[in-house]
Design a protein around this ligand. Structure first.
Ligand SMILES: [Zn+2]
Length: 258
C-alpha cells in the first residue's frame, strides 16, 4: 500500500541502479525484508550515503511505491566499525548476512532473525569470529525450528551408547545411535565434545560465549558440520563460505590435536 513508513533495518546488500541510484535489500525489524531504491545516493554529497552502506544499521523513512519502496531519509545507528577494519571478520559478516537473507522470505516479518543478525554483527567485532559463526548457525537452526536432537538418537530416541564419536545426519535431524546409522543420507562423525559445544553455542547468552574455550580440533569439526546442516535445510550452497575459505578457512588456530 503506498505511503510513508519508518523502520529500523540492516542493509544486507545493494547494487548500482540507473544513473545515480542504488537498489538495496534491507532487513527491517518490523516490516521484514524490503527492496528499496535510494535515489541520487551516488552523487558526491548525498545525505543518504553513509546510512545506506552495506552492513549499516539505520533508521529509515521509506515511501512505499506500487512496486518498489524508496528510501527518503535515513539515520545511522551503527556501522559495526570493528568489522570494517578486518577482512577476516568482514568475510564472516557477509556470511551472516547471506544466511539472514536466505532465511527471511519476502513479505515475512522475522524479528528473531533480525535481532540475531544485529547481535551476530556486534559480537563479530569482539569475539573469536568462527565462534560467532557457529553460534549464529546454531541459533538460526533454532529460529527455523530445526534445532538438531543431540541428546538422544533423532530416529529412535534411543540412547547414544558408547564413548566414541557420534554419527549426526541433517536428514535425520540430529544424532544417530549405532542401530540407526547408515540409512539417513549424509552422515558426519562428531566427538562428544563437539556435541556439547554445539548445545552451548545454541543456548548460552552471548556474554558467556566470550568465556567459552573451544579447542581448534573441535572448532574444525563444527566448522564442517554446522554449515552443512544449514545448507541442507536452506537447500542451497552459501556462497560467502568460498570467500572465507580463500582467506584461510574456518580454523584460525590450525595445528594441535585433542
Ligand atoms: Zn536410533
Amino acid at each position: 500500500m503506498p505511503g510513508l513508513f519508518q523502520a529500523e533495518g540492516i542493509v544486507l546488500k545493494g547494487r548500482d541502479y540507473q544513473e545515480t541510484a542504488r537498489l538495496l535489500t534491507i532487513l527491517t525489524r518490523s516490516h521484514g525484508k524490503i527492496e528499496a531504491i535510494v535515489k541520487g545516493v551516488r552523487k558526491p554529497h548525498s545525505s543518504l550515503r553513509s546510512g545506506t552502506q552495506q552492513l549499516c544499521r539505520s533508521r529509515f523513512l521509506f515511501y512505499a511505491g506500487k512496486n518498489l519502496a524508496t528510501v527518503t531519509q535515513c539515520e545511522v545507528q551503527e556501522i559495526f566499525a570493528p568489522l570494517r577494519q578486518d577482512l577476516k571478520r568482514m568475510a564472516r559478516a557477509y556470511y551472516l548476512v547471506e544466511i539472514a537473507d536466505n532465511v527471511v522470505m519476502p513479505g515475512q516479518v522475522n524479528q528473531a532473525m533480525y535481532l540475531l543478525l544485529q547481535q551476530g554483527l556486534e559480537n563479530l567485532g569482539e569475539l573469536e569470529p568462527d565462534l560467532v559463526c557457529r553460534a549464529f548457525e546454531a541459533r538460526t537452526l533454532k529460529i527455523l525450528g530445526l534445532e538438531p536432537c543431540l541428546d538422544a538418537c533423532a530416529a529412535c530416541q534411543g540412547t547414544l551408547a558408547g564413548c566414541g564419536r557420534v554419527a549426526i545426519a541433517p536428514a535425520a535431524g540430529g544424532a544417530l545411535c549405532p542401530n540407526c546409522q547408515g540409512h539417513q543420507g549424509r552422515e558426519f562423525l562428531l566427538s562428544r565434545g563437539s556435541l556439547k559445544t554445539w548445545q552451548q553455542l545454541s543456548r548460552l547468552h552471548w556474554q558467556y560465549l566470550k568465556r567459552l574455550q573451544v579447542s581448534s580440533p573441535l572448532m574444525r569439526e563444527l566448522g564442517e558440520v554446522m554449515p552443512a546442516f544449514l545448507e541442507y535445510y536452506l537447500d542451497r550452497r552459501l556462497r560467502s563460505r568460498a570467500f572465507i575459505n580463500e582467506l584461510g578457512g574456518d580454523a584460525i588456530d590450525r595445528p594441535g590435536k585433542n
